[in-house]
Design a protein around this ligand. Structure first.
Ligand code: HEM
Length: 482
């Protein structure tokens, strides 16, 4: 058979069906999944097979769910897997060629430039700011009428945005949080069409629904952060935050520094990648806890025990919140905020006993890996004890990968875990969140995994915290009356 691929000792994947599940579908069905809910692009076989191949419109797509093969692809073959034109088309208007979208040498020096900002001791120093942001959210909730409706997704976005601006830009600039959040959502919601147009190889100028929103939102976000960058360029004192690192970074090969535009690429990358994902993970966690009161009670008991005697959460207590951390890990198993990792094969490469031809689209569908029938017992069940070290012992490292894997693994994973546990501890200590709607939300992929509609909840103050928080409110009132 003529494959257009050079002969190797290994069978070319498009020729074989033996141990590869082949799923047939039309270009139209993929196109329609892209614009309605790209989660549907994952073939159903990926939830129980190790490797699934589909072809649509002549395009070969390879879905890898076997942990050993994922390791081989994302780590062993990282150099021949690029981010691909579709990712660049979808994210490029906002993120340019920043850390998330760049490839090769341009990616490498950007990653090296910011790596020191994510060292363990640096991250621990961020904990007070993380706790303070969670406390501001708790204070907002205290001021709402009992039983008032909260959009929990929005609340979490607000909290994590607060943290990213405080820690990465030293709180610099008068940024309109609501407008930034609105524009990020509008941008991501238009992304499905943008990817679908890429699928049809439509020229970038061709109109499509939501295109004006994408352009407008990208413009708003970039101009907002351009102002922050310009202000910092003119500031007399350099600062040692992420923005400071970007401004002083030097490419070791060319000796170049980043232009303002490149600094904005990266700052926006960190704002988008660094707050939206954690916020969604937290929103899904509150959703799951509301439906599992016994798990919530166990987490609250741990938080009470760890913080007992101090009233409030202290930075050095966060590491002791082991079960609370497991709750967040399990929520990200069921609802991984970055649900699919896409790549494009830049050259033929070997995967297990097969050769994947150059040009194939490669997907690691984290959502399917995390619910895979052969990797997880009762995959649909919310069970934080799966992450008990004893139970997790024999599990393949790549069976669970909410932060990706290999050299492109999430640079902010430890940051995200710290802030998520701190936020959960502060808010669960004070409140229990209850659903308003009977029908649960469904996951919908807009680059990140969002609930298909607003997660409306009420925050009921815990009896155990009423006295303490009443004290906080009273003190605040006394202070404001003075
Ligand atoms: C629960 C929260 C988070 C999740 C689930 C998450 C997930 C991911 C995943 C899966 C990737 C790899 C994408 C790929 O291989 O194509 C990634 C990359 C990245 N993440 Fe995160 N992330 C989270 C939080 C954060 C935070 C807090 C930051 C920054 C403060 C951050 C910044 C980044 C950046 C810059 C990249 C690109 C890294 C590179 O390509 O070198 N993320 N993230």
């Amino acid at each position: 058979m003529e494959t257009g691929v050079k002969e190797t000792a290994f069978p070319v994947i498009s020729e074989i069906t033996g141990d590869v599940a082949v799923s047939h579908r039309s270009l139209l069905s993929v196109f329609s999944a892209m614009i309605t809910n790209p989660l549907k692009v994952i073939p159903p076989e990926a939830f129980h097979e190790p490797l699934v191949v589909t072809r649509d419109g002549g395009k070969l797509r390879v879905f890898i769910t076997d942990p050993a093969l994922i390791h081989e692809a994302l780590t062993g073959n990282a150099a021949v897997l690029g981010k691909g034109e579709d990712t660049k088309r979808g994210l490029g208007p906002a993120l340019g060629e920043g850390l998330l979208t760049a490839d090769g040498a341009h990616w490498k020096w950007q990653r090296q430039s910011v790596a020191q900002g994510f060292r363990h001791e640096k991250l621990l120093a961020f904990l007070p700011a993380m706790i303070a942001a969670a406390e501001r959210t708790r204070a907002r909730w205290l001021e709402t009428a009992p039983g008032a409706e909260l959009d929990i997704g929005h609340e979490m976005m607000h909290t994590t945005f607060d943290i990213i601006v405080e820690t990465m830009m030293s709180g610099q600039g008068e940024i309109d949080v609501e407008a930034v959040e609105r524009n990020i959502t509008r941008y991501l919601e238009g992304s499905g069409w943008n990817f679908a147009m890429g699928l049809l190889k439509a020229p970038a100028w061709l109109p499509f629904p939501g295109r004006a929103g994408i352009t407008g939102s990208a413009g708003y976000l970039r101009s907002t952060l351009s102002r922050v960058v310009a202000e910092r360029r003119h500031a007399s004192e350099p600062r040692q935050d992420l923005l400071g690192l970007l401004l002083s970074a030097v490419d070791p090969e060319s000796g170049r520094r980043m232009s303002d535009e490149q600094v904005v690429d990266n700052l926006l990358t960190f704002v988008m990648a660094g707050h939206e994902t954690t916020a969604l993970g937290l929103a899904w966690t509150f959703h799951l806890l509301a439906g599992n009161p016994e798990i919530e009670a166990r987490a609250v008991a741990e938080i009470e025990a760890v913080t007992s005697g101090t009233g409030t959460l202290l930075p050095d207590q966060v590491a002791r919140l082991v079960y609370t951390r497991q709750v967040f890990q399990e929520a990200m198993r069921l609802y991984p905020p970055a649900a699919i990792i896409p790549r494009v094969a830049l050259a033929d490469f070997q995967l297990g006993r097969h050769t994947i031809p150059a040009g194939a689209a490669i997907y690691v569908p984290i959502y399917a890996v995390h619910r895979h029938a052969s990797l997880w017992e009762e995959p649909e069940r919310f069970d934080p004890d799966r992450f008990d070290p004893e139970r997790a012992k024999g599990r393949h490292r790549y069976a669970y990968m909410p932060f990706g894997a290999g050299p492109r693994t999430c640079i902010g994973s430890a940051f995200a875990m710290l802030e998520a546990v701190a936020i959960l501890a502060v808010l669960l200590k004070g409140f229990s969140l209850r659903h308003i709607d009977r029908r649960g939300p469904r996951p919908k992929l807009h680059i990140t995994l969002r609930p298909d509609r607003r997660l409306r909840m009420t925050a009921v103050q815990r009896r155990s915290s009423v006295l303490r928080l009443d004290g906080v409110t009273k003190n605040r009132k006394d202070a404001s009356e003075q």
